[in-house]
Structures are given as C-alpha cells and as structure tokens.
Ligand binder design. Structure first.
Ligand SMILES: Cc1cc2nc3c(=O)[nH]c(=O)nc-3n(C[C@H](O)[C@H](O)[C@H](O)COP(=O)(O)OP(=O)(O)OC[C@H]3O[C@@H](n4cnc5c(N)ncnc54)[C@H](O)[C@@H]3O)c2cc1C
Length: 497
C-alpha cells in the first residue's frame, strides 16, 4: 500500500482538545504542516478543571515536566474523587474512588474477598475506604508523589485552571512549529467524494488542508454539522443537561481530591486549585430552573449573599456514531461528552488522539483502520457512560423526583445490567468482569468501589456473624501496611510549595 501522508492538517478549535491534538501531532509528525484555527469571537468553554491520570500521560508524552506546567496553571494534585450524600445506607454516606496504585495488588484481593463475603450475608466490613493507599493519603492530606525509594507506582490526576492550561499548551505548540490562525468558520466546503476540502472564514478567505481535526466544541462544525455524522444522545439514562459554575475562596489546607456532593436535582463538584476552588452544580433542566440551581449552589457554598458571578452552561451528553469520518477526526466536545462526574473528557480526548495516530500511521495515512478505531472509541465512551449511569442507579436518595427517577430508570445498557448481575452473584467478580470483557473503561476494583461504596449490598440479618469466613488479611494488618506506605509521601501543601 502506498503512503498518503498528508502535507497539511488543519485543527479547527483552540480549546483544550485542539491544543492537546496540536502538541501531540506536531511532536509526532515533524514533516506535516499542522495549523490551528480558533475564533476570538466564540471563545472556549473554559470549564473542565479535573483530570484522570491520562493528563500525566499526555504531559509526559510531549516532554513537559510538572515543575514547568503546574505552577503556570495553578494546578494541584488529585488522588481521586470523594462522593458524599449519594447514599443513605448507614455507614455508606460517603466513599472515596482512588486512582490505581501498585499497592492495590496487596490490598484489593482482601477487598474483593470481604465484599463477596458481605454479599453472601457475613457481617464483614466491605467499605472501600479501608483498602486503598490513595484513600489514606487523601485523609491525611498527603500528595501522590512518593519518596524515590518507594517501590510501588502510583497513578494520579490533577486539578488546574482550564483557561491557563489552554494558553500554556498554545505556547508549547507554537514553539513546536504549529501555525496559529485566528478566524471564524462560516462554511465547510465539501469535495466531490463528500470529503472536506476547505473552510471559509468570516473574512471570506479559505483555508485548505488534506486532513481536518474538528475541535470546535459542542457545535461539532465539521463532523456532525458538515459531514452529517449522527449524534447518539445519552439523555435516556443521563438526565443532566446543564451546569452552573462559580469560584469560591481556597482553604488553607488544599485537599488532594475532587469532592462530589449530591444536591436536590444533580450534584456539585468542588475542585481545589492553588488560588481558588472551582465549583459547579450539574443538574437536569427538566427538574429545576437555572435560577433555582444557582440559588441552591450559592446556598451549598455559603455564597448566598455574595455577588460572585455565576456562569450557566448547557451540556450535550452523548457521542457521535463515528469519530473519524472521511478526512475528518473529531476530538473533545465535538465528538461527544459524558457528564463530568468522573472527569473523563480529557482522558477520552487523549485516547482519541493517540488511537488515531496509531491507526492512521498503521494504515499508511489512509482510512483503512477507521472502522476499528471508531469501534474502539465508541466502546470507551460507552464504558464510561455505564460507570456514570451506575452512580445514578445506585444512588439511595429518595427526597426528590429527580433521584427517585434515576434509581428506578429501566433504561440501562445490557453491559451495565450484566455488571450489576455479576456483582450480586459472581463467585469471582474481577475474573468474571474480565471474562465477559467488561473492564474496558473501568477496572473491576473501580466498579466494586462504587457498588460497595454506596452500600449496594443485601441487608444484614440481625443474627449475621462472620463465623466460618476467613479474610485473606486482617483489616488491622492492612491498615498498618497502608499507614507504613503513607510514610513515603509528603503533605500536599508542602508538595505544591
Ligand atoms: C460543566 C462541564 C464540566 C466539565 N468538567 C470536566 C472535567 O472536570 N474534566 C474534564 O476532563 N473535562 C470536563 N469537561 C469537558 C471539558 O471542558 C472539555 O472536554 C475541554 O474543555 C475541551 O473542550 P473542547 O476543546 O472540545 O471545546 P471548547 O473549549 O468549547 O473549544 C472550542 C473551540 O472551537 C472554536 N470554534 C467554535 N466555533 C468556531 C468557528 N465557527 N470558527 C472557528 N473556531 C470555532 C472556539 O473558538 C474554541 O477555540 C467539562 C465540561 C462541562 C460542560
């Protein structure tokens, strides 16, 4: 097969997705002309301030150190997310979802074993907060960077100012030779085979390219608008379609976690940066008005009397049927968005860019592997969707129709139903998740954290004991192992200083 390597790639959109793509593509393909077009009239969405470990993979792959980017972007470390008030099961009012760590290999078998025993009716403590190093670090306000002699790897994410990250990445990309162009697309020009040949700008000039990257945000100007790729909405099982956001003052102790707390018709995030908290209430406009949501968020933050400005945003939740169509790839909000409960959007963007680069190169810069790629990305989106939907299915709040409707909503995917079935019945949950190929986006331990965290467990008989069950490790031994591991980590504030 002959190579059809493009001479010029045009990225439309200069949000985080566009600049991530520009950096990765320019550092990979030095012989391709990479240009990025952004509109000063339209601007970026400017939210999205929590990440998964994928953001570290991204910065590592473009050779940027934490000491370079973190201070520029007011960034902090993130060990995971705590979920508060999602469950009313006594003892399960909150739980922490940690990122993976190699120490899990020593603690997670006991977690699975105890959870299984608890499901079978033994009186055993199966709350996930007892089993993970990063949960301990967070309780003690320790950051995720270990002493050099610590032999286990820890994965972690960040919190950051989205606008500053965009500016930082733009500088980096321009330094790598990316051409930055300002202008607003007014028309997408198609060729005889339905491929994109150029975009027309508001000054009536045209920008031509061989390949186009759609990073135009929710509008999806190229993929969905011009190429008519269908958008599959997730509205039937993810009700939220709006958010209101506002900052608040940062505390003296900067916690290394995102906090997610349920409110009457959705949930609120609290993301610590060096200089402020970013807060947002993600809610469904079918149950509450924007004004009501803003008042409730202000109340929640103790800002009812404050004149701090709020921003209101709409969200389009779902994904495109294909992400790579003809000579166009969509990345970021233009390809789809699953609400921000687990802060997965940048991770999906990163996986889209790296997956595309791999398949595009392997296919000698043709569309040979586009279908495989599209199926892979769809599976990632659907896996994340299942995990987020499970939060709502597992919620135990009964005080509003929103929460009751979420809990009884029958529109659940076959894969999520299968996972819930395995949780209740499987003798070896982790193994069966693997056998049924259900671990694509989240590992079994994350699923077990969620389900045990919310107390999705049969009620305990008053006579229940743990007689006859032997745990692989005593919980006190485990706690001691985790505590001793914790001695290798620094206070989060000190780490940031
Ligand atoms: C409420 C909310 C919370 C979120 N929280 C998180 C989170 O915690 N973690 C996470 O990873 N993600 C989160 N996200 C998602 C995250 O914000 C986005 O994935 C990320 O910012 C990337 O956005 P983008 O680059 O795709 O789009 P945008 O930032 O919207 O950028 C679009 C770009 O396209 C350009 N453009 C648009 N139209 C035209 C035109 N006609 N001509 C030229 N240029 C044009 C704009 O100028 C802009 O540069 C959240 C999203 C929302 C809505």
């Amino acid at each position: 097969m002959t190579s059809e390597k493009p001479k010029k790639i045009l990225i439309v959109g200069g949000g985080t997705a566009g600049w991530m793509a520009a950096n990765l593509m320019a550092s990979r393909w030095e012989d391709i002309d990479v240009c990025l077009l952004e509109s000063t009239e339209i601007g970026i969405i400017g939210v999205g301030e929590g990440s998964t470990p994928h953001l570290k993979f991204f910065f590592d792959s473009i050779g940027v150190s934490e000491s370079e980017w973190m201070p520029r972007c007011n960034a902090t470390y993130k060990n995971g997310i705590s979920f508060a008030n999602w469950s009313s099961v006594p003892g399960h009012e909150s739980y922490f979802h940690p990122f993976p760590a190699q120490t899990d290999d020593f603690t997670v078998p006991t977690f699975f074993s105890n959870a299984k025993a608890r499901i079978q009716g033994n009186n055993v403590n199966a709350h996930p907060d007892n089993y993970f190093l990063e949960t301990y670090l967070t309780k003690k306000n320790l950051g995720p960077i270990a002493a050099e002699s610590f032999p286990f790897q820890i994965f972690y994410g960040y919190h950051f100012d989205a606008t500053l990250v965009g500016q930082f990445l733009a500088e980096k990309a321009v330094g790598r030779g990316v051409k930055r162009i300002f202008g607003t697309v007014t028309e997408v020009v198609l060729g005889a085979k339905g491929e994109i040949t150029a975009v027309r700008l508001n000054d009536d000039s045209f920008l031509e390219a061989d390949f186009f990257i759609d990073c135009s945000g929710f509008k999806s100007l190229l993929l969905q608008d011009a190429l008519k790729v269908t958008f599959n909405s997730f509205k039937e099982n993810l009700f939220n379609n709006a958010a209101v956001v506002m900052p608040s003052a940062i505390s003296e102790i900067i916690p290394p976690e995102t906090k997610s707390t349920t409110l009457s018709n959705g949930w609120a995030w609290k993301i610590p940066l060096v200089n402020r908290y970013g807060n947002g209430y993600v809610y469904s406009g079918d149950y509450i008005t924007p004004d009501q949501a803003e008042t409730e968020l202000r109340q929640h933050l103790g800002l009812l009397e404050s004149d701090v400005a709020a921003r209101h945003l709409q969200m389009k939740v779902g994904r495109a049927e294909k992400h790579w169509e003809k000579n166009c790839l969509a990345i970021g909000l233009s390809q789809g968005f699953i609400e921000p409960l687990e802060a997965t959007a940048l991770a999906l963007s990163y996986e889209t860019i790296t997956g595309f680069i791999k398949h595009y190169e392997n296919g000698f810069y043709t569309n040979k592997f586009a279908e495989i790629f599209n199926n892979e990305i769809n599976a990632k989106f659907d896996g994340v969707r299942d995990y987020i939907v499970c939060h709502y299915k597992a919620n135990q709040r009964k005080d509003t129709n929103y929460w009751k409707d979420n809990a009884v909503n029958p529109k659940v995917s076959d894969s999520l139903n299968k996972i819930l079935y395995l949780w209740r019945t499987s003798q070896n949950f982790a193994n069966d998740m693997r056998i049924h190929n259900l671990e694509g986006s989240y590992q079994a331990k994350s699923w077990a954290c969620l389900l045990a965290g919310y107390g999705v467990l049969p009620p305990l008989e008053s006579s229940a004991t743990n007689a006859g069950y032997t745990s692989p490790h005593d919980l006190d031994q485990l706690a001691d192992f985790i505590r001793r591991c914790g001695l290798n980590f620094k206070n989060h504030n000190d780490l940031l200083n």
